[in-house]
Design a binder for this molecule. Structure first.
Ligand code: NAD
Length: 236
């Protein structure tokens, strides 16, 4: 593989699995206890806001007890050291709504599906840091309305900052996908965009993803082992 300069890394639930955060579709995964259509759509929120708010309150509380694992820490090292050693850019585009990339030390993280630790006021359209429960309908500190919802992109809603993602891809020469099943679009389609743009593509995952055939190279194993090895190779 040619030495890259600008790198776009897409991460999914698999990178946080070894930190104790359930993936969506793995054995014992999130949706086996809660059906996706019961908690992660605007329709579900309209139908049963208490169920949805309780579910996200539980997740928000849980992620604050989890710690970044060696895969998050290795990516953060790459994010910090690559610009200095190679003069290139690294962008971590994550589907994850946890904050483990940031707590691992990464600086350039784009949350395309929102963040557990943010709330979105649907009255004044502001987003703010929020670590407490929402079930009791607290007022928005900015406009006073009790209109806060989780700042999570639900199924049927449009992911955030797609323009920035495409801009970064068009300047990249390596696209890496880590711990994602390739089942949720538009994230799952980014590898095809990367191929159309002519860049190298690498998949790091526990098992082959649905879009595995689009990658030039696939390395299989737990993220906490294969991500640090790949970062070490790149920075060597
Ligand atoms: P997914 O559950 O569909 O797929 C997870 C992938 O990770 C699978 O391919 C699995 O083989 C792989 N995996 C599992 N354990 C791994 C490990 N130890 N090392 C490496 N790979 C491992 O998750 P996805 O593709 O991210 O699905 C997309 C949706 O999941 C997104 O909308 C995202 O917001 C959401 N999600 C996020 C979190 C989180 O924030 N941590 C948790 C669950 C789901």
């Amino acid at each position: 593989m040619k030495r890259p300069r600008n790198i776009v890394i897409l991460t999914g639930a698999g990178i946080s699995a070894e930190s104790g955060i359930d993936t969506f579709r793995g054995g014992g995964g999130l949706w086996e206890q809660h059906r996706v259509e019961d908690v992660a759509t605007p329709e579900a929120f309209a139908r049963d806001p208490d169920l949805v708010l309780r579910f996200y309150d539980m997740r928000r509380e849980a992620i604050q007890t989890k710690q970044p694992n060696p895969a998050h820490i290795a990516l953060a090292r790459l994010d910090r050291e690559w610009p200095k050693s190679e003069g290139g850019e690294v962008l971590i585009v994550t589907q994850n709504v946890d904050d483990l990339h940031e707590r691992g030390g990464a600086l350039n993280v784009l949350h395309m599906h929102g963040e557990h630790l943010n709330a979105w006021c649907t009255a004044c359209d502001m987003r703010l840091r929020w670590t407490d429960p929402l079930i009791h309908r607290p007022s928005c500190p900015l406009c006073g309305e009790p209109a806060l919802r989780p700042d999570i992109v639900w199924f049927g809603e449009i992911p955030y900052r797609m323009d920035e993602i495409h801009e970064a891809l068009s300047a990249a020469d390596l696209f890496v996908s880590i711990g994602t099943s390739g089942a949720v679009y538009p994230a799952a389609g980014l590898v095809r965009t990367a191929r159309d743009l002519g860049m190298q593509t690498l998949e790091l995952n526990l098992e082959r993803s649905q879009g595995s055939a689009w990658f030039h190279e696939t390395r299989l194993g737990p993220a906490s082992a294969i991500v640090p090895t790949w970062v070490e190779e790149l920075l060597r």
